[in-house]
Design a protein around this ligand. Sequence first.
Ligand SMILES: Nc1ncnc2c1ncn2[C@@H]1O[C@H](COP(=O)(O)OP(=O)(O)OP(=O)(O)O)[C@@H](O)[C@H]1O
Length: 482
Amino acid sequence: MSTTGRVLVVDDDGAIRTVVREALRRAGHIVETAASVAEQRRLFQSFEPEVLVTDVVLPDGNGLDIIPEMLASKPGLPVIVLSAQNTFTTALRATEQGAFDYLPKPFDLGALTRAVSDALAARAASGASDSVGPVEELPLIGRSPPMQEVYRTIARVVANDLTVLVLGESGTGKELVARAIHDFGPRAAAPFVAVNMAAIPRELIESELFGHERGAFTGAASRNAGRFEQAQGGTLFLDEIGDMPMEAQTRLLRVLQAGEFTTVGGSRAIRADVRIIAATHKDLPRLIADGAFREDLYYRINVVPIRLPSLRQRGEDIGELARYFLDRAAADGLPRKLLDAGAVDRLMRHAWPGNVRELENLMRRLAALSRDELITANVIEQQFDGGPQPDGAPPVMGAGGLAEAVEMHLTRYFASFGRDLPPDGLYDRVLAEFERPLLQLSLAAARGNQLRAARLLGINRNTLRKKLTELQIDAGTGRRSD
Ligand SMILES: Nc1ncnc2c1ncn2[C@@H]1O[C@H](COP(=O)(O)OP(=O)(O)OP(=O)(O)O)[C@@H](O)[C@H]1O
């Protein structure tokens, strides 16, 4: 499989043409360059490129618009788009027009040479790729380099059915990315079904995912379609997959391997025509090492990883995101607010443990509650201090974020039932469910030191010991000891 070939580079910037030509020549390619669409058309006939590298804005036209014409005369030609308009739309428009890859400017020459040899290898191995659906309103904000990387990967996976694993801290936009992949792909007209593995009691996971027959277990009064069935033809988003109990992991792996499932209590195999996108904020390789996640399932779902940066890692996006959330709040009928430069500066110095969700909540709160139209650094500072709130509002992160964290999890748990009610006996079950991770996390934070963990929890050491035995938690590691 040859990874060198004839490459046509189109860019109106002479310096870029020279640098790219030299880099590609050094990598063994034969290179011609063009400075305009007209020159590109001419060379296209005489030079017969095997890869086209093109800029978007050219003096006599748009590099994206011309791609279909090039592909019509040379089907399967890989086109690599270079663009300084680093938005999600450009990446998607490029893919929609049939481009093979998209590199935001300024780009790294190493990345370009790799993209060119990938393109030649892919061309040798297969034919042209499918096209994607229409580009609509964009859900993803941010132009920072790590987000560019995310857009590039999304653009490459929308048109196919590859399993995607979205990784990133809580609130970084994992579900939004999953939705974008669904919405811009060929399954867009079919359902997108999200299921949060952390929000379902472990004994209900299988029937939740695969459905159950009438009478399959006590309380199963009628047949219920599971999430796999609800997502038929569309996309199933398995959120917090790192929280899936082992038995359910085994069942899921079998379904993914066989491409079909049976309902709980049923015997008929049902074909699973779903695209799987999984997400987690957990470190799966570590869970594997701890024996809490199946390695074979990991390889099955980690076909294309998309790693979302934390908000701290993309500080340059904070101003744009903050303004976007204020605009959205205004569109929802809340008073219109503006941020001054000092406010943006202050936002950029915050650590954002809750990532984009935290920023979104803060902006909505400020839109609803701050008195003045212009938001200053001072107003933001008060929010972070948990100090005087605008018009007596509660702090954004009450009790060091604990109240918000608990409320968030419970809200999502309730939301996962849609219009239905969660099973009865909730009070005791919630307390029991919180107790285990609370003890485990405290022990882990205290590095297994029970005295420190007990102090952290504010209970006495004997009580902690008793609870660890009761819940069968390994006192050294904090893991379940069975
Ligand atoms: N790039 C972005 N542009 C605009 N909004 C965003 C972006 N990223 C995240 N958001 C918003 O931030 C909120 C949190 O995003 P989302 O629920 O997708 O995060 P998550 O990583 O799935 O969180 P969790 O791990 O807690 O489930 C959502 O309201 C989402 O719309």
